[in-house]
Design a binder for this molecule. Structure first.
Ligand SMILES: [Fe+2]
Ligand SMILES: [Fe+2]
Length: 294
């Protein structure tokens, strides 16, 4: 079987932020807007994101996964530019995008992601009703989840909810009988030290993974390089997080990066190698790490 390559980027937080209408700044967005104008605009840079995407395209992966936080305050005016950007990354059959908490920042626009990006996560069955959604690409089965729910100010938690977990159980039961490399796409990490940034029902998800297994978990949200291992039915499963795709290094946060996963089957089983490519001096993108995960 030929090698399959998947690029994973996350949290583009597409800059620049359009000017909000006054009415849009009520409630949670007010704080977010102050944070953007004081801090985030300095670190989330469109030229960085463009350099990263150009490098991904030069690598010509078979598929690209974008694990959420495409926008910032989920303003009406943010969604059209975000879709245009995603279309620049690639067509819906080559790119899978899931929502993050910033894509459902407030109640008023919480359904926008599902409507506007539907073709970018819709499962192979053509069902665009929601999550989980399953897409098969080469030897891989991409399982998309949504943890995006509006939360009170200063909170950035995520929740899958009972219905999605029940549907995911069925998906995992079905896939367990098939010879596919299962990749779970989820915005929030499955373990967090932060109460206000955590996935509230991660315990239920971890239990499902422990029982049914997947081969790889990809997430964003923390804006950090991260590899965690979680218990599966046949050994530990790697969960890999990436920095924000538009970020300049700042404070404890690293510069923008993405991961390339090369997946293939050999006689002994699955092989999955991770290559990390990161923003270096100026807008240069370089390989900074290569490691065999599986
Ligand atoms: Fe984010
Ligand atoms: Fe997030």
């Amino acid at each position: 079987m030929a090698m399959f390559t998947l690029a994973h980027l996350s949290d583009p937080h597409l800059p620049p932020l359009p000017k909000p209408r006054l009415i849009e700044l009520a409630g949670k967005r007010a704080l977010g807007y102050v944070n953007w104008t004081r801090n985030r605009h300095k670190y989330q840079r469109r030229e960085v994101l463009d350099a990263l995407v150009a490098d991904i395209q030069a690598q010509a992966p078979d598929h690209v996964a974008v694990t959420g936080d495409l926008v910032n305050l989920a303003l009406e005016a943010e969604f059209a530019p975000a879709l245009a950007w995603l279309e620049g990354v690639g067509p819906p059959d080559r790119v899978t995008a899931i929502p993050g908490n910033h894509d459902a920042y407030v109640r008023a626009t919480r359904h926008h992601f599902g409507e506007i990006f539907a073709t970018y996560f819709a499962g192979d069955d053509g069902d665009i009703a929601g999550f989980p959604a399953v897409r098969r690409r080469g030897p891989a089965a991409l399982i998309s989840l949504s943890t995006a729910v509006p939360t009170p100010p200063l909170m950035a938690t995520g929740t899958l909810g009972r219905d999605q977990l029940a549907a995911l159980t069925q998906v995992l039961e079905r896939l367990a009988n098939e010879d596919v490399f299962r990749i779970l796409l989820v915005h929030h990490p499955l373990k967090s030290n932060s109460r206000h940034k955590r996935l509230t029902d991660s315990a239920a998800l971890l239990a499902l993974i422990k029982q049914h297994g997947v081969e790889l978990i990809l997430h964003g949200h923390d804006h950090m390089h991260s590899t965690m291992w979680f218990e599966g039915p046949n050994g530990d499963i790697p969960a890999v997080g990436v920095p924000s795709a538009s970020a300049l290094a700042h404070g404890r946060y690293p510069a923008a990066a993405y991961n390339l996963f090369a997946i293939e089957r050999d006689i002994a089983g699955w092989r999955c190698e991770q290559t990390v490519r990161s923003l270096d001096h100026g807008l240069e993108i370089r390989q900074i790490k290569q490691v065999r995960l599986v």
